[in-house]
Design a protein around this ligand. Structure first.
Ligand code: PCA
Length: 212
């Protein structure tokens, strides 16, 4: 592996920051190559995020892509297992777009699995001392749509491993007692997750068995 692309999102929903981009920037400041780590901020835009992600992948030519988003209300890092081909926006994106019950990509499959070794990634985050879960839904908003577009784009390039991770909001973003995680802990989680994704050789498709 020579190059890793990690993205975070910009602010949305009236917030001035997005915990995912804060965590990704902190990750970048700690990362020691190799492999080279390239980070990009994506807008919380259904159209813009996938376009900018496609451009970034073409420019960087990564071996591993991990997109990171913020999940309000969650207290643990979520290693997302599956992206679904539907948008059902509760609030408008930064362009004022709020599609309801439309596909991310018309005519494309209902869902794509992460090609990260999600269980190994979650175990590595747990070993780093950060609360984590394998999550079975990335929601139906910009994060899921971007994750779906990523997996669709790379479905013809099985040599590139890719997936999505949600991080909780920072303590400064939530009211007292709300679910949150320090930026440093989220960055530690991403660091451990990347190292696991880089060192684990089996992927979900290879390890997936069938019911007897
Ligand atoms: N979280 C939202 C969109 C951007 C982000 O950071 C989501 O989960 O869809």
């Amino acid at each position: 592996m020579t190059r890793v692309l990690v993205t975070g999102f910009g602010p949305f929903d009236g917030q001035t920051v997005n915990a995912s981009w804060l965590a990704v920037q902190e990750l970048a400041s700690r990362w020691a190559a190799p492999p080279e780590l390239v980070v990009r901020e994506l807008p919380v835009s259904f159209r813009g995020a996938r376009q900018q992600l496609r451009v970034a992948i073409a420019e960087v030519v990564p071996d591993l892509v991990v997109c990171v988003g913020e999940a309000g209300g969650r207290a643990a890092v979520g290693v997302e297992r599956v992206a679904v081909n539907v948008i059902d926006a509760r609030i408008a994106d930064v362009d004022g777009s709020a599609p309801v019950d439309v596909p991310v990509i018309a005519g494309a499959p209902a869902a794509f699995f992460s090609t990260l070794p999600v269980k190994a990634c979650a175990a590595a985050v747990r070993d780093a001392g950060v609360p984590v879960e394998v999550s079975n839904t990335a929601g139906l908003y910009v994060c899921n749509a971007t994750f779906y577009a990523l997996q669709h784009l790379l479905s013809s390039r099985p040599e590139v491993r890719s997936g999505f991770v949600h991080v909780p909001r920072t303590p400064a973003q939530v009211e007292d007692g709300g679910a949150s995680m320090e930026v440093g802990d989220a960055a530690s989680a991403l660091h451990a997750l990347l190292r696991a994704a880089l060192s684990t050789t089996t992927d979900l498709r290879e390890s997936a068995g069938t019911l007897a």
